[in-house]
Design a binder for this molecule. Structure first.
Ligand SMILES: *Cc1c(COP(=O)(O)O)cnc(C)c1O
Length: 400
């Protein structure tokens, strides 16, 4: 394999040449069913005709001018995002970690503006917020942090989906200004925060004048069946961060704010050269328009339910499955043993998926997946899981 790349990824040796919808082809012409969408990025699948047309037209007109000038595509995208989210305003950047950096800076500034010189943010165990220094410090995974100490200070960690521990922090820590949480943890293993938990977080934040900041970098943009996962809980957060699926493959991130949080930044506090340029904004707007026009939120809900139900039925007599869970097209199949080998097995079988948190098979298909494609995915995956479980001994038993 090529050695001119810095050694940051343990890659599969396959390289793809093109795609169409939920299908991809490699250099040898082999076809794959894409159950991962470039990690929840390709919302509309590959080579979507409207998205590619908008990108082409925008690129041929104007791609980038910088945020020193007004950018009409960016303003239109911000209008669209605030209208579907109920939030007040938006800062644009280029990735998920940058969106979270913006949120973290916003929370600190919010604290300083209220006379708190040492503001702290409550974060969760098993959280993933990115790889920059502040976001890896906020991340609840030692593997992400190890070797990069000293970590950025100002984070207080508690267990996820455990409201009592947040109440304890509220009772004892006067420096807290915000909570940063994924409504559904992605990298952490598709762990779903209960609706009552999220609502209780909203209440605690209201009572203490903390900002409730939701990292929807993975679960946002229609994937769970609503535009945003918090909409299942029917409340409004103070800050929401987005990236992955927003541009449908074109890099763009966003930090949305409402209420007092929306009034925090002033010119000079934060910025990004590329953030929300004409090309990325036009692409994101095309993604959102298409999700809306083609009913893809409802489709995500329908196809997600079909995949989870199909897998549950196909695997009901198979032992070794701990849980099949998810919301919409954010799906995790947890096994009772490390499942990393399934990535290579499924690649071989022509299915793209990923394994996270050691034993959770993660599916993040494009929102355009249809029923026949979902059934094909279920058929391949159920067979692979059975094969894998027969081949790989359960923990604590002798090898087969
Ligand atoms: C992927 C991810 C990030 C980081 O996004 P990058 O674009 O890789 O920086 C942050 N938060 C969540 C929840 C993610 O899934």
């Amino acid at each position: 394999m090529t050695s001119s790349l810095m050694n940051t990824y343990g890659r599969q040796s396959v390289a793809f040449t093109h795609g169409q919808g939920v299908w991809m082809w490699d250099q040898n012409g082999k076809r794959y069913l894409d159950g991962l969408s470039g990690i929840a990025v390709n919302t509309l699948g590959h080579a979507h005709p409207y998205l590619t047309k908008v990108i082409g037209e925008q690129a041929s007109r104007l791609m980038h001018t910088s945020n020193l000038y007004r950018i009409s595509e960016q303003e239109n995208l911000a209008d669209k995002l605030t209208s579907i989210s109920g939030m007040d305003n938006v800062f644009f950047c280029n990735s998920g970690c940058e969106a979270n950096e913006a949120a973290i800076k916003l929370a600190r500034l919010y604290g300083h503006q209220r006379g708190n010189e040492n503001p702290a943010i409550v974060v969760m165990e098993n959280a993933f917020h990115g790889r920059t220094l502040a976001t890896l410090s906020a991340t609840g995974n030692r593997k992400v942090q190890a070797g990069f100490e000293p970590l950025v200070a100002g984070f207080v960690r508690v267990p996820f989906d455990d409201i009592e521990s947040v109440r304890q922090v509220a009772a004892h820590n006067r420096n807290v200004v915000a909570v940063l949480v994924e409504p559904i943890q992605g990298e952490g293993g598709i762990n779903i925060g209960a609706i009552e938990y999220l609502r209780a977080l909203r209440e605690i934040c209201d009572k203490n004048e903390w900002l409730l900041m939701l990292d929807e970098v993975q679960c946002g943009i229609g994937r769970t069946g609503q535009w945003f996962a918090y909409q299942h809980a029917e409340f409004k957060p103070d800050v929401v961060t987005l990236a992955k699926g927003l541009g449908g493959g074109v890099p763009i991130g966003a930090c949305l704010a409402s209420g007092a949080a929306a009034q925090t930044f002033k010119p000079g506090n934060h910025g990004s050269t590329f953030g929300g340029n004409s090309l990325a904004s036009a692409a994101a707007l095309a993604v959102l328009d298409t999700v809306e026009r083609d009913g893809l939120r409802a489709n995500a809900e329908k196809i997600g339910t079909r995949i989870r139900g199909g897998l549950a039925a196909a695997l009901k007599d198979t032992s070794g499955i701990t849980e099949i869970r998810g919301r919409g097209l954010m799906i995790g199949v947890q096994l009772d043993r490390p499942a990393g080998d399934l990535v290579g097995m499924s690649l071989e079988a022509g299915l793209l998926l990923n394994v996270t948190a050691d034993n959770v098979i993660r599916l993040l298909p494009a929102l355009v997946m249809n029923e026949a494609e979902a059934d094909e995915l279920v058929g391949i995956l159920a067979r692979l899981i059975r094969e894998f479980l027969e081949r790989k001994a359960a923990p604590g038993t002798a090898a087969a």
